[in-house]
Design a protein around this ligand. Sequence first.
Ligand SMILES: Cc1ncc(C[n+]2csc(CCOP(=O)(O)OP(=O)(O)O)c2C)c(N)n1
Ligand SMILES: [Mg+2]
Length: 360
Amino acid sequence: MTVSNDGVGGGVSGARPSFASEAANLAAHQPDDPVPDIAGFTPEEERHAYREMLLIRRFEEKAGQLYGMGFIGGFCHLYIGQEAVVVGMQMAIGEGDQVITGYRDHGHMLACGMDPKGVMAELTGRRGGLSRGKGGSMHMFSVEEGFYGGHGIVGASVPLGTGLAFANRYKGNDRVCLTYFGDGAANQGQVYESFNMAKLWKLPVLYIIENNQYGMGTRIDRASSTTDLSQRGRSFDIPGEQVDGMDVRAVKAAGDKAVQWARDGNGPYILEMLTYRYRGHSMSDPAKYRSKEEVQKIRQENDPIERVRIRLVASGHFSEEALKDIDKEVRAIVNEAAEFSQSDPEPDPSELTTDVLIEN
Ligand SMILES: Cc1ncc(C[n+]2csc(CCOP(=O)(O)OP(=O)(O)O)c2C)c(N)n1
Ligand SMILES: [Mg+2]
């Protein structure tokens, strides 16, 4: 199969449109497209995407509340607004493929199928947490579900994900590693060292840049000399493209193509997901570096979940009632996780010295 190499090796693309015009572009694909537009995405897939995104949204809203109530300590970076990225990509991979990301990781874990109770109890530092209450928000892991962390060091997921892909190649399996990182991380040196090796050895890795427009309080155009991050692989001859990361269908379509490219032995591929985070960088960020109107506009015009909801109802395949039932089901899961994460005991003090060093 072929994947478009457009842009790689082509002319330098023009000045990046301002975010306002980018947002307007995103808004242009807005929901009132009549339904047949779900081409390649069955109503059942659309429903699945809706449920998965809603689970992440409700989970994150609850985590925000628990943080406010003092149940969660330390850092907590919410994924609200970016749900279509992980859900669409997860729908594009299969059994045995791997996922690795940074610290904004709750959505990735839920999309991978990790237990919401275990994730929430880890946030509150309880015994039943996925790292037995000793890792917290940024440090969970599940080999069974193909999730390799959860990394607090910005950019660290990139060489690690490249290493996972190297292991796949070395073992001769056909697994692909989804390696997520942010627009801020995209300026790090280790990213480019990884790109070089990945292309040289044709490693099955997809670099998924979640461009949510900000690295902490700094807007991308204030921190990056070039802002079309999909073209960051040019020096290494790694193809890439920008994707509407607020449209789960677009994400899955781009994901399907790129996963196949990597699985077929063509090496790495870059997907720059144009997305947006609604909340501050972490729970302690009042987000004074942007206006409330900017956030409000994206929420109203581009919300990834609302876009699917409108399409589903317009399609006639699902009633408002049926969608409310999904909401109920998801809320019950999140409430149960929240209750567990408050009632489960903290780890025993003897656990302080376990899982620190491998003995003997
Ligand atoms: C090596 C390193 N440098 C700096 C930090 C502090 N830091 C934490 S998050 C962050 C911004 C990263 O932004 P981006 O990659 O866009 O990810 P986002 O938070 O938007 O998901 C920085 C600088 C860190 N954790 N690690
Ligand atoms: Mg960012």
